[in-house]
Ligand binder design. Structure first.
Ligand SMILES: Cc1cc2nc3c(=O)[nH]c(=O)nc-3n(C[C@H](O)[C@H](O)[C@H](O)COP(=O)(O)O)c2cc1C
Length: 242
């Protein structure tokens, strides 16, 4: 095994969801910044980066978050909380940023590769992300995909729910990158979906269409922060070779 794989394995094995943090131990807040920088490098659907990361550091806001996170110890004792937010509503803004990037990359090129890239972001992306308030376009797409799919392989996702799932998937990959990075920095984390997402949105002054993916408690773990031995369903029940 390569040295890098050994090191990575060490980090993956050492990461646990830690629910109690040590109030006395040092905590380098810059490790959170570095870990968010790394999280942003996570793969994400069409590179649309429909995510935002809110660092909650002030004692006052941390205190407000405790009841919102249902009084969980992982929130009560966290030195910092990071809220991972999905922003499907920002798709037009991201589309513009990506078209500008395509212009940087391809300039005036009109070859196949350049045309394909522009077509993807200028034409396909709006067809995928646009949705009318009555969700009619999403239903039409689903129906179209169904009929096309009778004859050949076809992408099946296209309505509002599918888009939300896709945006959450990407943000969750960023969250995992963040947690592994925090472990590599020598700290612990706990992802939380046991929280009142509506109240978090109010606290962070987020628009209606923003969605809370998860809140991650961070800090130096305390010995009593791991509640039980690690348990996983046996591999043969979940891993299949076909
Ligand atoms: C999406 C998600 C939501 C979670 N929500 C909570 C939570 O609200 N509170 C909590 O204590 N743990 C939460 N967890 C942590 C899981 O309970 C934990 O990952 C699982 O038991 C496996 O333990 P391990 O992370 O130590 O390997 C969550 C994990 C994920 C991925």
């Amino acid at each position: 095994m390569k040295k890098s794989a050994e090191l990575f394995n060490e980090i993956v094995e050492a990461r646990r969801s830690v629910r109690v943090y040590d109030a006395e131990a040092d905590f380098d807040h810059d490790s959170v910044k570095r870990s968010i920088d790394r999280a942003i490098l996570a793969p994400n659907s069409s590179n649309m980066q429909l995510w935002e990361f809110y660092r909650i550091k002030s004692p006052d806001t941390l205190e407000k978050m405790v009841p919102i996170c249902m009084g969980q110890n992982a929130a009560k004792t966290a030195r910092e909380l990071v809220v991972f937010v999905a922003r499907p509503d920002l798709w037009r803004k991201r589309q513009q940023a990506l078209i500008a990037e395509m212009k940087n990359v391809y300039g005036d090129r009109t070859d196949k590769q350049a045309k394909r890239a522009f077509k993807y972001y200028q034409s396909l992306i709006p067809k995928y992300y646009f949705n009318d308030p009555f969700r009619i376009w999403g239903s039409i797409k689903k129906l179209m995909f169904f009929f096309i799919g009778l004859r050949r392989p076809m992408v099946r996702h296209g309505n509002g729910t599918d888009i939300r799932i896709s945006v959450h998937k990407s943000a969750a990959l960023a969250a995992q990158t963040f947690m592994l990075s925090m472990k590599a920095e020598g700290y612990d984390t706990c992802p939380m979906e046991g929280m009142d997402s509506l109240r978090i949105k109010k606290l962070l002054k987020l628009p209606r269409k923003a969605e809370i993916v998860m809140v991650i408690g961070c800090g130096p773990g305390s010995e009593k922060g791991i509640y039980s031995e690690r348990f996983r369903i046996p591999n043969e029940e979940v891993i299949f070779e076909v």
